[in-house]
Design a protein around this ligand. Structure first.
Ligand code: ZN
Length: 470
């Protein structure tokens, strides 16, 4: 299996640091507002990555932080007149609901920054001792010039960064030096520390959490592409300086940016779409399929129309499964079925090969659609299918769909009774009539069945029927 690390040009063989154990960390939300579909895209991507690693037999520990100590939380809490942690807990609750709704089940542990204050303070102390940090009147800062690898992850040079900054604390040694501890008045939200009352900076929170749960090295560190600088660059500088171990993360995987009609989402532009908004319009599997139709590193330009297309694509896949599940059962497999089973096995290998190539979900999905087409072709060519073929094909769809978190819903399968078989036969005859453009007769059959309480629905993948509810 190959993965493309953000620092490299070419994918490389994936080999975790400790045998078949994979320690994976993804930057979680700052809980001051609802999560939007850009976040959803990132979380779905890592959910699929973790699911696939487990499918491959790795034991994955997937850690995510919750940033519940942050200026944005403090501001919003002040606006609402509530305590910062109270506000943070409320939006954390909504975030967990969103994850559940999206079918994101792969995260093992959520770590709240506010619960790691002594670890954060110890980490800052270690950095001060080793000479990587210094104290000023406004706080404790990380000394970026002291860390020789600063800028490697984001491919930036310190000299170039110097020019653009306006300096709030003139006693800082370098404009890019970032706050590890911000000294604050005791009337504000904060904690006591050896440097006085205050609160930690963002970057140090994540590193303290990783060091306490995983240790000096991760196998995979993930997050959205916009976090590479300064956040991830700072994380590397902090962790490697404190532990003396390199690299902090063996692989860095970043998800591409999600825009709406070419523009980055923002509240002020009114193009901010929450996960909840999206899930009111489509179901979670549709949203997942939509995201996974792009490679996790590629940007996505969101539109409702494209989401609608994803919905139709998912319906097509389910349509093929329903056709298969609903086909009358033959005693033994036909020659055509044996051929289909070979094709399905081949497409399954291609699906897995695509996933092995830096989690190439669009390529993998293309193979899944090909499988659905083959199944539809089989059902149109022959009316009955052996139970063994049904079982094998359906379980392959479930297996591969499970990696992506789609195709897990119950497939409607009409119960086998003489009446059902008879209705199925009439539906097939009617389909034949429609193929021969005898629409008038076909319509009469539909109306006649309608009077008997049997509703027909003509879809792209054939005609479905159901009994009207009495
Ligand atoms: Zn982070």
């Amino acid at each position: 299996m190959k993965v493309l690390d953000s620092r490299r040009e070419e994918p490389e063989e994936f080999s975790p640091l400790h045998g078949n154990k994979v320690y994976m960390y993804v930057c979680g939300p700052t809980t001051y507002d609802y999560s939007h579909i850009g976040h959803a895209r990132t979380y779905v991507a890592y959910d699929v990555i973790a699911r696939y690693l487990r499918y491959k037999g790795y034991t994955v520990f997937f850690l995510m932080n919750i940033t519940d100590v942050d200026d944005k939380i403090i501001e919003r809490a002040a606006e609402e007149g509530v305590a910062p942690l109270q506000l943070a807990r409320r939006f954390e609750g909504y975030f967990m609901e969103d994850l559940r709704a999206l079918g994101i089940t792969s995260i093992n542990y959520f770590a709240r920054a506010s619960e790691y204050m002594s670890e954060i303070i110890h980490l800052i102390e270690a950095l001060l001792e080793k000479g990587y940090a210094y104290e000023t009147s406004s706080g404790v800062f990380y000394n970026v010039e002291r860390f020789q690898h600063y800028g490697e992850l984001s491919r930036r040079r310190l000299e170039e960064l110097k020019v653009h900054r306006v300096e709030p604390d003139p006693t800082k040694r370098h404009p890019v030096d970032f706050a590890l501890w911000k000294k604050r008045d005791t009337s504000e939200f904060g904690w006591d520390s050896p440097w006085g009352y205050g609160r930690p900076g963002w970057h140090v929170e994540d590193v303290a959490i990783i060091l306490s749960h995983v240790g000096a090295q991760l196998d995979i560190h993930g997050g959205a592409i916009e976090l590479v600088f300064p956040h991830h660059e700072a994380e590397v500088a902090l962790a490697e300086a404190a532990t003396g171990v390199r690299p902090f993360s063996k692989y860095w995987l970043h998800t591409g940016l999600l825009t709406v009609s070419g523009v980055k989402m923002s509240k002020s532009l009114g193009n901010f779409i929450t996960i909840r908004d999206a899930l009111q319009r489509v179901d979670a599997e549709t949203l997942r399929l939509y995201f996974l139709m792009s490679h996790y590193r590629s940007p996505i330009d969101f539109s409702w129309q494209k989401l609608g297309q994803a919905e139709a694509s998912l319906r097509y896949l389910y349509g093929a499964l329903e056709q298969l599940a609903g086909a009358p059962e033959a005693d033994k497999a036909s020659g055509g079925e044996v051929e289909i089973l070979t094709t399905v096995a081949k497409l399954r290998s291609c699906f897995l090969a695509a996933m092995d190539n830096d989690f190439n979900t669009p390529e993998a999905l293309a193979r899944l659609f090909e499988m659905a087409r083959e199944v539809s072709r089989l059902i149109s060519a022959q009316h009955s299918v052996s139970s063994e073929t049904k079982r094998q094909v359906l379980s392959t769809f479930r297996e591969l769909g499970g990696i992506l978190g789609i195709l897990q819903k119950e497939v409607e399968r009409p119960t086998k009774t003489p009446v059902n078989d008879l209705v199925q036969l009439i539906v097939e005859v009617r389909s034949e009539l429609r193929r021969n453009k005898q629409y008038e007769l076909a319509d009469r059959i539909r109306e006649g069945l309608g009077r008997l309480g049997i509703i027909l629905e003509d879809t792209d993948t054939g005609t479905k029927w159901r009994q009207a509810r009495i």
